[in-house]
Design a binder for this molecule. Sequence first.
Ligand code: HDE
Length: 701
Amino acid sequence: MAQQKTSPRKPSSKARANSPGEQRGSGDELQQMATDGQPILTTNQGVPLSDNQNSLRSTPRGPTLLEDFILREKITHFDHERIPERIVHARGSAAHGHFELTRSLGKYTTARVLTEVGVKTPVFTRISTVAGGSGSVDTPRDVRGFAVKFYTREGNWDLVGNNIPVFFIQDAIKFPDLIHAVKMEPDRGFPQAATAHDTFWDFISLTPEAMHMVMWAMSDRAIPRSLRMIEGFGIHTFRLINQQGASTFVKFHWRPKLGLQSTVWDEAVKIAGADPDFHRRDLFEAIQAGDFPEWELAVQLFTEEDADAFPFDHLDSTKLIPEELVPLTVIGKMTLNRWPDNFFAETEQVAFCPSHVVPGIDFSNDPLLQGRLFSYLDTQLSRLGSPNFHQIPINAPQCPFANQQRDGHMQMGQPKGRTSYEPNSLSPDSARTRPDGFHSFAETAAGDPKGRIRAESFADHYSQARQFYRSQTGHEQAHIASALVFELSKVETAHVREAMVGHLLNVDENLAQRVADGLGMTTLPSAQPKIVAASDRPESTALQIIGKMKDTLKGRAVGILIHDGSEASAIKALRKAAESAGATVKLVAPKLGGIRLSDGKTQAVDGQLAGTPSVVFDAVAVVLSADGGKQLARESAAVDFVRDAFSHLKAIAADEGGKILLKAGGVGKDAGVVDATDTKSFITAAKTRQWQREKKVRTLA
Ligand code: HDE
């Protein structure tokens, strides 16, 4: 019997960078090098291996021996590779970058990260879905987490927010209930990563404070086109504290340089099948291509007196402060420019905690925030298994840090000296406090009673829900109504559906009627009881997505469908137009090997038709010979390519052969369907979606 003794292939020098050999860091490395300079494969104890293919057997065909410490070590390590995934936000993608301050908040805070203009503070940013497990798809209807760790000169500051500026609940004590309701149902273990089921809507229908956030979650904000095209919000009111100890309230906003953009629901569903990692891949590819995503950081600053005049409570996380009431001031820019070297070590092990703040930043009394200050640290203890999680490189501050905390699981440091307490007189150079270290704001307590009391100022659950809905364009309102119909259609229990429509009646009667019609209800249920009836607030275009789309193709992708005989010059002209508008261009064809174009040259392609449907593009072009058009008209993947592009409201350019395929796909005529020679109109149409087309292609609520 032939026995393979040595490693079949030597790792290349590139692969070597990630080899276990790199984990050693001592001078002993020299001893562990083979004569050709390659690192030697060893056990975790540094014992060189001679064979990594065969376990130790009593005879070549006999049982494996317990003595095989090499096998046991390798398998044991493998068995323990996984750590508990995050209970929420398990699925996420992250990148390194920096934050550069452009405007000092020196008047309001002592935090150097917010006062030192021009300084680049390193950051690590993780964007996530909430409900699904770590292996779930990227594009369900869901809130996106937006967590930024700033490695400042005064310690780590974690701004752990979402892409929606409000939250479902007002009090942290309801969070486990909310999450249990949204996760897969405990008896059946489904659905994964979806709100469209009974337990979620049952809980929501019994939680009127959730109605504002429900409007956002049913909007297209919850089905973003790209993680690079979402906003981020700190949600809670925080405090900034200045040199004099004075406090100013602050809300944090991230605004994407590429503008906001979302998918349409049918598209999001199909992307989930075409590319479950759509958002992660998009972020990875953009960063690898040097097309670094950027966000402006903006703040809303207001005083206690301003807050007293708001028609809502600034400590209530189900409310936002309209930009018209307190304008946004842009203070800096975040750029993400480096993908992590190792997904587990960085993206999986990063530990965000809202309690990580630096001197000059402090908390408000928002009861949701107060609960979070406990939860995240507690979560890290269970996920990462030790109070020393701050020593993991991705979590460690990048400024000096020292204290008298000691020992614990996986202690990596070796503190020297005799003292591990403070004050001490035995170690004059041991760490001490300093007067300008972290101070909490010296708030004076009001004379109100202690108790489990929800403040009256938290009681208006419908006014901002109405304000959000009424601020949307007609297209967006139709999407919200249709999303509610879709979600509630998946709810089996009639009284839950009725209760939800009863809440919608409190938000906006027209919305309630649309949803009731969509559900096929013959009579409207009665409105849900309310403590405070909705009042009409001024509409705000800042709450729209369409109003915040940018007139650009930057960061977007254009797909050109070609086949043998396609006109080379037409492809070239379309590519040039799209690329000069900032888009990336990919060629799609029935076969990957290459296409013979009209000029006789072979053209390499980027994607095979069945695996590269039009849902992965923002606009498409179809350049085909007459023969090619006829052939593809009989090919369902090609017909779907154009039919879906049309139904997802995308711009489509086609030449004469391409039009044969458009006809087979039932693609109609409108401003977004243009001749392939008219590259100018194609680019204009590609920068937006053809909203007016939608009523022709689907029935919306
Ligand atoms: Fe979280 N949340 N959360 N959350 N959250 C977690 O911490 C929690 C809330 C948010 O990329 C957990 O490390 C409670 C609001 C993000 O690693 C956990 C409450 C907002 C992430 C936790 C909230 C968020 C988390 C799970 C109600 C927006 C992912 C894993 C009081 C402002 C961070 C972990 C990452 C993660 C608790 C509500 C955002 C269990 C108790 C509001 C972006 O500690």
